[in-house]
Design a protein. Structure first.
Length: 435
């Protein structure tokens, strides 16, 4: 695999995502302070997290469509402005209703930013490092969990919860400045921002299955992650003070796993997803069975960090190869990921009521198993395509004399061959030339 460096603009995009993920999680670390400051209950503050996720999942694609005809760098600045406005509104919120509106505004802008930022990666990077570049962008998400959440919590605890939102506003401003300086001017995405053309990708039934796999992967992980604190303290028996270092170790595992997956995603997207889901299934099952034993519980928790949300680069590469790398497809994919977060956390809560604190771990294992099953159709198509004989069909246009193109027999379906070619990591034009 090429060792070419990931271009600097990709790192700038990661900083923007880091700022937005930190804003997403900040409420979780400051719930008691915000409840007191806004004069509401802690569960009502919890609804602010749900509102942010719902705004991401439902509103992000619509905002992406609205910005589709803009130059992509201009669209990023519009989203920075909307996101900054939402954070300023949150920092100055006079009541719960204003804070709820602020969370919806920032959630919608965050999701659209994800989609457009990811659509820029293919334009900014050579194909040899594209998976690694996606991994760098997604490290903004991992570092938001590892560093953004504890730092914003620390600021909120010492300077007040409003200061945490002002700090995120400052960070977002720095990310916007970095984008102005570090990201080159780029026009509208391939296809000229044609809404009908972008919507056409969703007529492919395989795309919906691929998107569903992403939902199951993230849902399995967040079913466990959402309840790590009570599981570690009430089932495993760790003290409250030990949980923070354990969660930092979990965050470090996600950064490591994301880096490894990013290096493999270009060539082995489907095998990486299958391996990751199998490992996550094993770790979730082990955690559910051995949560009362400290050492196995920590090993399984770190394993979930290594093989869970870290599948993002391979998931994104798979979506790009099934459809395209344009903003709307990326934003809808991010919405499916957000739905996974919502399913894992909400259904996990229901499972606690019925089965106790091990319930979310069993739920995660079940979702991981369903994720593995969702990969079977593509594996089957790839196996059939590899068994299809390729026969010479004449000289390839523009090729030297005697260079013949290998094509499937005339009565064969080129679809499986295309799928197998894409699964092998080849580009779309190369795959087309082989079918």
């Amino acid at each position: 695999m090429s060792r070419a460096a990931v271009p600097r603009p990709v790192h700038v995009l990661a900083l923007g995502i880091f700022a937005m993920v930190t804003s997403e999680f900040v409420v979780a670390g400051l719930m008691p302070q915000m409840a007191e400051g806004l004069g509401v209950s802690v569960p009502q503050v919890g609804y602010l997290i749900t509102a942010y996720a719902a705004a991401m999942a439902l509103g992000g694609p619509f905002l992406t469509v609205a910005l589709m005809r803009m130059r992509q760098k201009t669209a990023l600045f519009v989203l920075f402005a909307v996101f900054l406005a939402g954070n300023v509104l949150a920092a100055t919120a006079s009541g719960y209703g204003v804070m709820m509106a602020a969370r919806v505004i920032t959630g919608v802008a965050s999701q659209a930013f994800f989609g457009i930022a990811l659509s820029l990666v293919p334009q900014l990077t050579p194909s040899a490092v594209r998976g690694r570049a996606i991994g760098v962008v997604m490290n903004g998400l991992m570092l938001g969990t590892l560093l953004g959440l504890p730092l914003s919590t620390l600021i909120g605890e010492h300077l007040g919860w409003r200061a945490a939102f002002w700090a995120i506003t400052l960070l977002t401003g720095l990310a916007a400045l970095g984008t102005a300086v570090g990201v080159p001017p780029l026009g509208p995405p391939e296809g000229g921002g044609n809404v009908r053309g972008e919507l056409g990708a969703f007529r492919n039934p395989r795309l919906w299955l691929v998107l569903s796999t992403s939902t199951l992967i993230i849902g399995a992980t967040f079913a466990a992650f959402s309840y790590l604190n009570p599981v570690l303290t009430e089932v495993t028996g760790f003290s409250t003070g030990a949980v923070a270092p354990l969660l930092i170790a979990y965050g470090a595992a996600t950064v490591l796993g994301n880096t490894v997956v990013a290096r493999l995603a270009d060539r082995y997207a489907l095998p990486v997803l299958a391996c990751g889901l199998a490992l996550n299934l094993a770790f979730l099952t082990g955690f559910a069975l051995l949560a009362h034993l400290p050492v196995p519980a920590v090993v399984c928790m770190l394993g979930i960090g290594l093989a869970g949300v870290t599948m993002n680069p391979a998931m994104i590469v798979r979506v790009h190869r099934t459809a395209n790398a344009r903003p709307l497809v990326n934003t809808v994919h991010s919405s499916f990921i957000t739905v996974g977060v919502m399913i894992g956390s909400s259904v996990g809560g229901l499972s606690v009521d019925r089965f106790g604190l091990r319930g979310p771990l069993w739920l995660g294992a079940a979702l991981a198993a369903l994720g593995l099953l969702s990969l079977v159709p593509q594996r089957t198509r790839a196996a059939k395509a590899s068994a299809t004989p390729l026969v010479p069909s004449g000289t390839r246009p523009g090729a030297p004399d005697g260079d013949t193109a290998l094509r499937p027999p005339a009565d064969s379906d080129p679809g499986p061959a295309l799928a197998a070619c894409a699964a092998a990591g080849r580009s779309a034009p190369e795959c087309a030339s082989r079918t």
